[in-house]
Design a protein around this ligand. Structure first.
Ligand code: UD1
Length: 396
């Protein structure tokens, strides 16, 4: 894996690090501010960064390490793609050897991907405390692989850092204790705030798109579309219906569509490329973080099935139409710019019309989404490490 080098050095090389785990694209924005906070300022926290290799393409991986200035991982497991069972098992098998060699003080995992549950499970079985950042989010949809990962990771975590108040109720209902739960804000928004000034303007990202005037100078503005959930892209009839609807949307608002590899593969396998051939639909490779941030903050509308984009659009004040039947991030609906629409053609078109006619939903930025979540995590963790150390000494 050709990973770019770090800009933040690890200040401490004594044994007993906190192992911080990343694996897939949405993890990278979450770990960047955590590593930066832990390794700098007073009271640094000794960390080693472990990359499972769940995502490995240049566009899905390397670009994020470079742009977000994430240090070179200390350990790379290079698992790659496979079925859920094989991928999870392979991460566990390789991560166990790391844990045995490192004897970490704790394992910190973020989000809800297979790397999250796999590494949490290895640590918990070895009686090593698990720290979960972005805990307690629930879609209440067990058909979603991420929901299984969330519920199980939280059950075996010692410290639970939450992004919104609803997460606390979810965790308490599932039997976690109140003093394990810490409302610290949203590390993903730390990254957004850190990067906003460096965002690549949409005009640069779209410079090579033929007929790009309709995206950049048209009265309607443009819509950004992302799709990658198996529930949307693995079911042929559903994917066809969504793409037909997107084509209709593009007649009134041109659509920029960076394609996730899973989606690109499905569109090709099902022979649906024709539906995307239009000078009002720009299909792009997956974008880097700074390109995506520039594109989204300049958009009139975002249509997505991503979790992270629901949060990012709320902070940049762009209406978001979520092509799912639920969200694990209710604060983006209650306070932000997000509307849950599902996959029904009429509902999607009605929501798009609302944006065209009235500008769509306006919202406010949720509590503690202020760019300082990682600093709060560091403070809580430093206190906990001290207490934990004192307990260990007392126990002999
Ligand atoms: C994973 C996460 C999902 C997250 C998404 C963001 C799980 C269960 N799912 O889903 O929560 O929203 O990442 O991207 O962990 N592929 C490549 N190159 C890569 C990575 C993947 O070509 O670098 C292709 C492979 O064909 C692979 C497919 O994409 O089989 C899906 O990748 P995988 O990591 O299994 O799941 P995602 O759909 O990316």
């Amino acid at each position: 894996m050709d990973m770019k080098t770090s800009t933040v050095e690890n200040p401490d090389s004594s044994p007993g690090a906190i192992l911080c785990v990343v694996g897939a694209r949405p993890n990278f924005m979450k770990i960047a501010p955590i590593i930066r906070a832990f390794r700098s300022g007073p009271d640094p926290i000794h960390t080693h960064l472990v990359h499972t290799g769940q995502h490995y393409d240049a566009e899905m991986n390397d670009a994020f390490f470079t742009q977000l200035q994430i240090p070179q991982p200390d350990i790379e497991l290079e698992v790659g793609s496979a079925s859920h069972a094989v991928q999870t098992a392979e991460i566990m098998r390789r991560f166990e050897a790391v844990v045995d060699a490192e004897s970490p003080r704790a394992v910190l995992v973020v989000g809800d991907v297979n790397s999250t549950i796999a590494c949490a499970l290895v640590a918990a079985k070895k009686d090593i405390p698990v720290i979960h950042v972005e805990a307690g989010l629930r879609s209440f949809d067990r058909a979603m692989p991420e929901e299984i990962n969330r519920v199980l990771t939280d059950q075996i975590s010692t410290l639970l850092f939450i992004t919104e108040p609803a997460a606390r109720n979810n965790l308490l209902r599932e039997g976690l204790a109140d003093d394990q739960i810490h409302f610290v804000g949203n590390v993903m928004i730390d990254t957004l705030k850190h990067c906003l000034e460096k965002a690549v303007p949409a005009a640069v990202t779209l410079a090579d798109v033929p007929g790009n005037e309709c995206f950049l100078k048209g009265d309607s503005g443009y819509c950004v579309l992302t799709l990658h959930r198996p529930s949307n892209v693995d079911e042929p009839a559903l994917l066809r219906n969504i793409l037909e609807t997107v084509r209709t949307v593009s007649e009134s608002m041109p659509v920029v569509f960076p394609l996730h590899p899973r989606t690109r593969n499905r569109v090709a396998e099902l022979g649906l490329q024709d539906m995307l051939e239009s000078d009002r639909i720009a299909c792009l490779q997956p974008l880097g973080y700074l390109e995506m941030l520039g594109l989204v903050s300049g958009a009139r509308l975002v249509m997505t099935d991503s979790g992270g984009l629901q949060e990012e659009t709320t902070v940049v004040g762009v209406p978001c139409i979520t092509l799912r039947n639920n969200t694990e991030r209710p604060v983006t609906v209650d306070q932000g710019t997000n509307t849950i629409v599902g996959q029904d053609r009429a509902q999607i078109l009605a929501a798009v019309n609302d944006v065209l006619e009235s500008g769509g939903k306006r919202g406010r930025v949720p509590e503690l989404w202020d760019g300082k979540a990682a600093e709060r995590i560091k403070r809580v963790l430093n206190d906990w490490l001290q207490q934990h150390q004192a307990q260990r000494v007392a126990a002999g």
